[in-house]
Ligand binder design. Structure first.
Ligand code: NAD
Length: 332
């Protein structure tokens, strides 16, 4: 068996604090996995002037999976070289096109699959001579097909219901999206498909999120809807994500940012980072049993040792210790 390597990118702000807990959990749960660490974001700008240094990118490419903390620092808000550029470059360099955003709480269990490296965020933009500013949204059918196929496969492994979200009554790219979904559907006869317009989808997600199983949508709609889904299932501080490519390593990271307002105080909630670690175990290392054990241990710690954002008083380290203790108990 080839060596499995996880590259840890602690990032900025609360990143190193929550990354420490993820490292300790991985060391306990998967001691055979090699762990390495590199700089990204503001920490990398300070060290070498680049938010994604060449040696970080090389190490990411060589890893089995990448576990990333948040990046961002108010010091660089107005700078030309910004921490967040490192993240966008990393996603594009690894072609991590399928962004998985699970949102689970009570009877709600929805998986949003968002296209991550195309559409409005990657199209041509600029300013014309007359002062008009423009962004453009473009999709090639192949770009749509690969993420849609991945979403069908994920829906098949869940409850078998896929909702494709678009704005086909207005946008040409959405009409392409809908056509590609319909063309691929016969490959997955055991998965039911429904199309929903994005404005209606936002309302349905806010009011009756339990109706959804798996959702697939383009980059900007997915960006907005996945934050909405996170909000209705406990908030951004709890939400993990996985960004997967076809053959290279995936990127696993919390949805929240670097939380500069609480950084350095040891009170950040490591739940999103630990849930991202569970996604890494499942999708990055192919270890669903360890992933499920970690997800259960995190659930347990949320009720036994809640951090301040959850109304409790546990520190980041105390929450992490509660997770590891629970893992040890269930493994015994
Ligand atoms: P944020 O997510 O960092 O913080 C929003 C609020 O949530 C803050 O009050 C913060 O204290 C709280 N919060 C966030 N994570 C928490 C945690 N783990 N435990 C407890 N509370 C938590 O969003 P922001 O303030 O808009 O952004 C701060 C920086 O992060 C910016 O530079 C932004 O660009 C960056 N950012 C990075 C990513 C990423 O790396 N993927 C994502 C979003 C924002």
């Amino acid at each position: 068996m080839p060596n499995l390597t996880v590259l840890l990118l602690p990032g900025d702000g609360v990143g190193p604090e929550v990354a420490r807990e993820a490292r300790l959990v991985l060391e306990q749960l998967a001691p055979d996995v090699e762990l390495a660490e590199r700089l990204i974001g503001a920490a990398a700008i300070r060290a070498v002037g680049d938010p994604l240094p060449a040696d970080t990118l090389d190490a990411c490419r060589d890893a089995t999976a990448v576990l990333k903390g948040p990046v961002g620092d108010p010091e660089f808000d107005a700078a030309d070289v910004r921490p967040e550029q490192g993240l966008l470059r990393l996603r594009a360099a690894l072609d991590a096109y399928a962004n998985l955003r699970p949102a689970v709480l009570g009877d709600v269990d929805v998986l949003i699959v968002r296209e991550l490296v195309g559409g409005l965020y990657f199209g041509a933009s600029g300013v014309r001579d007359d002062g008009t500013v423009f962004d453009t949204c473009e999709y090639h059918p192949d770009q749509v097909a690969r993420v849609v196929r991945r979403a069908f496969a994920l829906a098949r492994s869940r409850r078998g219901a896929l909702t494709s979200i678009d704005k086909a009554n207005v946008l040409e790219t959405s009409r392409l999206w809908r056509r590609v979904v319909n063309e691929i559907a016969p490959e997955f006869p055991d998965v039911s498909v429904e199309h929903m317009l994005v404005d209606n989808a936002a309302m349905q997600l806010a009011t009756t999120p339990q109706q959804f199983d798996t959702i697939v949508t383009e980059n900007m709609f997915g960006d907005i809807l996945s934050d909405l889904a996170a909000a209705v299932t406990g908030g951004l501080g709890l939400a993990p994500s996985a960004s997967l490519s076809d053959s290279g390593p995936g990127i696993f990271e919390p949805v929240h940012g670097s939380a500069p307002d609480i950084a350095g105080r040891g009170i950040a909630n490591p739940t999103a980072m630990l849930r991202s670690t569970a996604l890494l175990l499942e999708h990055g290392l192919g270890r669903p049993d360890e992933a499920a054990a970690l997800a259960r241990a995190v659930e347990h710690a949320i009720s036994s040792s809640p951090t301040r954002d959850l109304g409790g008083s546990a520190s980041t380290a105390e929450f992490g210790a509660a997770v590891r203790e629970q893992l040890a108990l269930t493994a015994a």
